[in-house]
Ligand binder design. Structure first.
Ligand code: GLP
Length: 242
């Protein structure tokens, strides 16, 4: 079942998303959250920080697992997703550091790291609510087109378009890592609930394909049509091709 909420703009999308996350945490203080990076969820994180400061949501028992991390960047690298999460969320809320998880992009064995990450998610009882953004080619996490639906946490080769899109966070495209560790499609689909966010005209076409097109590995996000509990929050621009 897919519920689609269309908001006026990015601010309204961000606030709506933050309220859903807060409601989840308030109904289960031990919520296991799956988190995403990218520009899209930044506004939602800002709202959650504000709500946490105002005492409207308490992260002290919340556990988080991020979708992905670049291979080769340690957690303090300015462009790592770990650092991104620290700066946009974790440094500003009352979450316990030991409850925060991201794949380790500099693990001595990436294969072992993937297995261990998957195991940790299972040991935490699975993800209650997974936040997702969407890439222009339909990727979720770093699961690029062609990724099998049965994939678990794995090492991925980034698509050229993804490297170009993400180069805005680096000095030049040459500095963007070519690989990442990402939760797999199956890992994502095992979450109890999923919240997909998208804003802007440049996401309109892929959102239409993902929500209403055929379910195919060519458009990884189309798999969400098979999930029992997905909420999609769009701004008017991202919803303009629906
Ligand atoms: C990145 C991330 C994804 C994210 C997507 C869209 O590569 N790995 O998790 O959803 O691209 O990013 P943005 O929200 O900046 O458009």
């Amino acid at each position: 079942m897919m519920k689609i909420i269309i908001c006026k703009n990015y601010e309204e999308m961000s606030q709506t998303a933050a309220e859903i996350v807060a409601k989840q945490i308030n109904s289960n203080p031990h919520t296991v959250l799956g988190l995403a990076t990218g520009s899209t969820p930044v506004g939602m994180y800002k709202n959650l920080v504000k709500m946490n400061k105002e005492g409207k949501v308490d992260f002290s028992n919340v556990v988080t697992f991020n979708l992905d991390e670049y291979v080769g960047l340690d957690k303090d690298h300015p462009c790592s997703y770990h650092r991104f999460m620290d700066e946009n969320l974790f440094n500003h809320i009352n979450i316990k550091r030991e409850n925060v998880h991201l794949p380790n992009g500099v693990a001595p064995s990436l294969e072992e790291e993937c297995k261990a990450y998957e195991k940790m998610i299972a040991q935490a009882g699975g993800i209650n609510l997974q936040i997702l953004g969407i890439g222009h080619n339909g990727h979720i996490g770093f699961n690029e087109p062609g990724t099998p639906f049965h994939s678990l946490t794995h090492v991925v080769e980034l698509a050229q378009r993804t490297i170009e899109a993400n180069s805005r966070f680096f000095n030049s495209p040459d500095e963007v890592p070519r690989k990442a560790i990402s939760m797999g499609i199956k890992t994502i689909m095992q979450a109890q609930k999923i919240l997909l966010l998208a804003s802007g005209k440049d996401k309109a076409e892929i959102i239409s394909k993902a929500l209403h097109g055929p379910v195919t590995t060519d458009v990884p996000a189309s798999v969400l049509q098979l999930h029992p509990n997905v909420t999609v929050i769009l701004d008017e621009d991202a919803a303009s091709a629906l």
